[in-house]
Design a protein around this ligand. Sequence first.
Ligand SMILES: Cc1cc2nc3c(=O)[nH]c(=O)nc-3n(C[C@H](O)[C@H](O)[C@H](O)COP(=O)(O)O)c2cc1C
Length: 211
Amino acid sequence: MDLKNFREIIREKPLLESEVSNDPFGFLKQWIQEAIDSGIRQPNAMNLATVDLRGNPQSRVVLLKEFIDGHLSFFTCYDSPKAKEIDRNSHVALNFLWFDINRQVRVLGKAKKSSKEYSENYFKSRPRDSQIAATISLQSGVISNREVLETKYREFEEKYKDKEIPFPSNWGGYLVEPSEFEFWQGRSGRLHDRLRFIKEGQNWTISRLSP
Ligand SMILES: Cc1cc2nc3c(=O)[nH]c(=O)nc-3n(C[C@H](O)[C@H](O)[C@H](O)COP(=O)(O)O)c2cc1C
């Protein structure tokens, strides 16, 4: 495998100051829509980086579910490592990567738990199997084998046969309030376009960064 000499030809698609408004949320939505239109799988997948209890960085992928009142939302287990990390240090970094259209978006911000009502409404809209899986899985806890999980699932499924799955108290949403966005558009010859939005008061200032 010769990764050192692996180079991809990039289709030219400039990112110009003239095409972005002062609204990075609207622009991120536009890019997600363009990722959807390009047939990209999981266009709402984003890497979520946190700082762990020892001060070390941690990252994992979660799914963006909504743009809501100046926040980006995702859902998870409130007993998971990421939730404990956010409780201790609410500063997070998000990263969207869409290889097929040569784009990346970086977001810095602070995360907080969403309201119970918001979490419950979304939980109720999920397919039943996802509701059961979220309920029986203590996320990132060690289990002795897969059978343990499948047995727990079947037992729970049986117990709640013909009944609504109760909303679990240790599961819900997080809302990330961004303070910074960076939109990266790959260009040919490594002269990529990068526009950074930083929040100052109620406004966003835009700068072009060197690739
Ligand atoms: C494509 C993809 C989407 C994912 N979406 C979520 C999600 O929305 N919420 C979630 O809790 N975990 C999601 N996961 C699993 C996480 O990456 C991670 O394994 C899990 O949340 C445990 O993380 P933690 O131990 O850091 O808390 C997803 C993984 C992948 C690969």
